[in-house]
Design a protein around this ligand. Structure first.
Ligand code: NAD
Length: 363
C-alpha cells in the first residue's frame, strides 16, 4: 500500500487538487491502484490555521508518505507577512526538508492546442522538451543573504549564488539519465562567461558527460537559451540548469505550449521519492470561480505514477484520457481560443476533471 500525502495549499490549489484526487480515486476503484491518501495543510491556509506555512504535522505526513501531490501556495492575503512565515516558505521548506533536488518540468504541446500558443504553429507543434532544474541550491538558498545598511546610510540587498561540486554532479546525472531515455541530447545552461559559480557548473557537467558517451552534450548561456527557446524551441530535447535560471526558463517554455495550466512537474530526491505539482501558482485572480484548468495537476498524477509509484501503464492511461477530453473539444477558459476551427466548448474545473475520469473509465 503506497501512501500519498495530498496538500492542496491555497487559491486554486484547493479546486485543482480535488479533480486530481477524483482521478486517483478512479484508479483505486477501477484499476486496482493500492494507495491511501491523507490531506495536510501548507502555505497560507496552514499559516491561518497554525501560524506556520509548514506545520510539524504536515512535515511528518510528507516524510512518512511515498509521494506527495501539491496544489499551489500563496496569495495576496499573505503578501505582507514577514518572509519567514510567507506561504512560499512552506514550499521551499518542503523541497529542502525532503531534499527534492531535481525538478523535472516537461513542456509538451498537445496538437489540439497548437492554436493556444502565441507562437506560430510550425515553430511549436510537436514540441516535447524536458527542463531539469536544480531545486535545493543556488541563489534561492545561498548564504549570506539579506538587506543591510551601508556606512553611508544607503540600504543594500544581497544574495549569494553557490553550488558545490556534488550538487552539480547529482543534478547532471539525473539529466543525463533522462536524456538517455529520450533523444539523447542534453543542453546545459549557464552563465559561465560572467559567473564563476557556473564556470564550475560547466566543468562538472563536462566531467559527468564522460560517463554518458551516447548523449550529445551542448552548453548555452542563459540569455541565449531564453532567446532560442522562443526562436526555435524544437532544437532542445533535455535542458539542465540551476535553480533560478530553471525557474525562469521553465515558465518561458510553459507559455510555448499555450497555457501554464497544462504543465505538470516532478521534484525528486535521490531515492525517487517525489513531490508532484503543477508548475503554476495559486492564481488568486481566478481562485474560487471554478474555472481553473486542472489538467496540469492531473498530469502531475501521471508523473507520480511513472516516477514514484512504478505504474507507467496507469500514467499512460491518464495522459491518453487528457488527450481524449481535448479531442472532445473541452476547454477551460485559459486554453479556449475564440475563432478556433475546431468545435470546442468552454468548461469549468470540475467538469474537466469529471470528463477525464469518464475518459479513463472507457479506456
Ligand atoms: P500564477 O501561476 O498563480 O498565475 C499566473 C497567471 O496564470 C494568472 O493569470 C492565472 O490566472 C493563470 N493561471 C495559473 N494557473 C492556472 C490554471 N490552472 N488555470 C487557468 N489559469 C491559470 O502566478 P502568479 O500570479 O505570479 O502568482 C500567484 C501566487 O502564486 C503568488 O502568491 C505566488 O507566490 C504563488 N506561486 C506559487 C507557486 C507554487 O505554489 N508552486 C508557483 C508560482 C507562484
Amino acid at each position: 500500500m503506497k501512501k500519498i500525502a495530498i496538500l492542496p495549499g491555497d487559491g486554486i490549489g484547493q479546486e485543482i487538487v480535488a479533480e486530481a484526487v477524483k482521478v486517483l480515486e478512479c484508479l483505486r476503484a477501477d484499476f486496482g491502484l493500492t494507495i491511501e491518501m491523507e490531506q495536510g495543510l501548507v502555505g497560507g491556509t496552514a499559516y491561518d490555521a497554525t501560524g506556520k506555512p509548514l506545520p510539524g504535522e504536515t512535515l511528518k505526513l510528507v516524510k512518512d508518505a511515498d509521494s506527495i501531490l501539491l496544489g499551489a501556495v500563496g496569495g495576496t492575503k499573505w503578501e505582507s507577512l514577514e518572509i519567514a512565515v510567507r506561504p512560499e516558505k512552506g514550499l521551499l521548506g518542503l523541497r529542502a526538508e525532503l531534499e527534492l533536488f531535481a525538478n523535472l518540468r516537461p513542456a509538451i504541446l498537445y496538437p489540439q492546442l497548437a492554436q493556444a500558443s502565441t507562437l506560430q504553429a510550425d515553430v511549436v507543434s510537436g514540441l516535447d522538451l524536458m527542463i531539469v532544474r536544480e531545486l535545493t541550491g543556488g541563489i534561492y538558498f545561498g548564504q549570506p543573504r539579506g538587506i543591510r545598511t551601508l556606512d553611508n546610510g544607503e540600504r543594500q540587498g544581497y544574495n549569494t549564488l553557490v553550488y558545490s561540486e556534488s550538487e552539480i554532479e547529482r543534478i547532471a546525472r539525473v539529466a543525463f539519465d533522462i536524456a538517455m531515455k529520450r533523444d539523447r541530447k542534453l543542453c546545459s545552461v549557464d552563465k559561465a562567461n560572467v559567473l564563476e559559480c557556473t564556470e564550475l557548473w560547466r566543468e562538472i557537467v563536462m566531467t559527468v558527460a564522460k560517463d554518458y558517451p551516447e548523449v550529445e552534450l551542448s552548453h548555452m548561456y542563459v540569455d541565449n537559451a531564453a532567446m532560442q527557446l522562443v526562436r526555435a524551441p524544437k532544437q532542445f530535447d533535455v535542458m539542465v540548469t540551476s535553480n533560478m535560471f530553471g525557474d525562469i526558463l521553465s515558465d518561458c517554455a510553459a507559455m510555448l505550449t499555450g497555457s501554464i495550466g497544462m504543465l505538470p512537474s516532478a521534484s525528486l530526491d535521490k531515492n525517487g521519492k517525489g513531490m508532484y505539482e503543477p508548475i503554476h501558482g495559486s492564481a488568486p485572480d481566478i481562485a474560487g470561480q471554478g474555472i481553473a484548468n486542472p489538467l496540469a495537476t492531473i498530469l502531475s498524477v501521471a508523473m507520480m505514477l511513472r516516477y514514484s509509484l512504478n505504474e507507467p501503464d496507469m500514467a499512460v492511461y491518464i495522459e491518453k484520457a487528457v488527450g481524449s477530453v481535448l479531442d472532445q473539444g473541452l476547454r477551460t477558459p485559459d486554453i479556449y481560443s475564440e475563432g478556433s476551427t475546431k468545435a470546442t466548448s468552454k468548461v469549468g474545473t470540475a467538469q474537466m476533471g469529471d470528463a477525464v475520469v469518464a475518459a479513463l473509465r472507457t479506456k
